[in-house]
Design a protein around this ligand. Structure first.
Ligand SMILES: Nc1ncnc2c1ncn2[C@@H]1O[C@H](COP(=O)(O)OP(=O)(O)OP(=O)(O)O)[C@@H](O)[C@H]1O
Length: 360
């Protein structure tokens, strides 16, 4: 296991990059703590695979360093880095038994047979493969084969980090949730540093203690699932995480107070805002409620989301969503909305306004 440090990391696939958008990765400074369970979350094209390939050594970054426990590994070959990787599609030897597949990474490194046997049986038990150990891998379903890939990733004890690249893509939807919780449980048992790459917020939030959210080659926030929900550092995080995502509305700040369409709205960070341009207010639908006074809106649509109703409202060109518990009556046409001030925040050019925000 190791702490992984990315220092001033940048990468461009172009020979002569000149502007920020020429970089697939822009200036990353990230510490991945030893033994942590991380998810790397972001939309397609944000740079997740590029970053993974740099950590594993398949790609050398244009700038910056990668350190494992303080040791510079930037120019080291992949096999010298002691990393296990699990990919989207199963990597198994069909003609071998499940047992031999799991044993392969250990035998390959000359581990003694007694130790191989102990470890293979341990891992097989953890991922429910014990009953299939003597079967040929070719006879297994896609799910079963992907479990072997997971097992092969987990079987070594000498790895610095295990990286999972969208590992549940081929898994049947009804089995996905089982494997998601299984992976979390496995992390708690083996405590190896794990990085789980996904564009699916549910997978990221179920698995990770800390989620690293990326957008356009940048890390926009690193935080616990609760941090991402309660204090999105960027409006992108507010949109991308949550269902439905955060409401974002244009606003003005005067005398430390936030106004939307001339209506004063309480906001916990408006007093820290020294700017007048590019301001927006963010508030999650969970923190908006129907009220006697506040922002006047028209009700556009109500959709059922189980224990909640999602109420879609409009004010002019703006849409504001709120969650209302099931059974609560929703007015037919018009309503007023109140925002919870401790969860209503001001953003400037997308970034949360606060005293210590380096993006201001
Ligand atoms: N080999 C390459 N040559 C040139 N550009 C590349 C190459 N690989 C990736 N890119 C570009 O780098 C950017 C980041 O791509 P990357 O594959 O790292 O993103 P991603 O988040 O992993 O996306 P996905 O979820 O679709 O795999 C994209 O703009 C992509 O087009």
């Amino acid at each position: 296991m190791a702490k992984i440090t990315l220092k001033g990391l940048r990468h461009s696939y172009m020979p002569n990059p000149s502007k920020p958008t020429d970089y697939a990765l822009q200036q990353l400074d990230v510490d991945w703590e030893d033994g942590g369970a991380y998810a790397l979350l972001g939309p397609s094209g944000c740079g997740k695979t590029t970053l993974l390939n740099i950590i594993s050594g398949l790609l050398t970054p244009s700038h910056g360093e990668i350190l494992f426990d303080g040791q510079d590994v930037t120019r080291m070959q992949p096999d010298e880095r002691h990393i296990a990787q699990v990919f989207q599609f199963p990597v198994v030897y069909d003609t071998m038994t499940v047992y031999d597949n799991l044993a392969f990474p250990l035998r390959n490194r000359g581990v003694a047979e007694a130790e191989v046997d102990k470890r293979v049986r341990e891992i097989a038990e953890m991922i429910d493969l014990t009953s299939t150990l003597d079967k040929r891998a070719s006879g297994l379903t896609a799910d079963g084969k992907q479990k072997i890939s997971l097992g092969r990733g987990l079987v070594r004890t000498d790895v610095n980090v295990i990286m999972f690249d969208e590992p549940l893509t081929v898994i049947d939807p009804h089995l996905k949730w089982q494997l998601r919780s299984k992976l979390k449980e496995l992390h708690q048992r083996v405590r190896t540093t794990m990085i789980y790459v996904t564009h699916d917020q549910t997978e990221a939030l179920t698995f990770a203690d800390k989620v690293v959210v990326m957008k356009d080659g940048q890390v926009v926030q690193i935080g616990t699932p609760v941090d991402l929900f309660e204090r999105p550092q960027h409006t992108f995080v507010g949109h991308f995480i949550g269902s439905p995502g955060m409401n974002v509305l244009p606003c003005q700040v005067k005398g430390g107070k936030a106004f939307y369409e001339g209506i004063e709205l309480g906001s916990w960070n408006a007093s820290a805002c020294k700017y007048e341009e590019g301001l927006e207010l963010g508030v999650r639908p969970e923190f908006v409620k129907l009220s006697d006074a506040g922002v006047p809106v028209e009700i556009a649509k109500v959709s059922d989301a189980g224990r909640f109703q999602i109420v879609h409202t409009r004010k002019g060109d703006h849409s504001i969503k709120l969650l209302v518990p099931e059974g609560v009556e929703i007015p037919e046409k018009h309503a007023h909305l109140a925002f919870r001030s401790d969860h209503t925040q001001v953003y400037r050019d997308g970034w949360l306004v606060s005293g210590d925000n380096s993006h201001e």
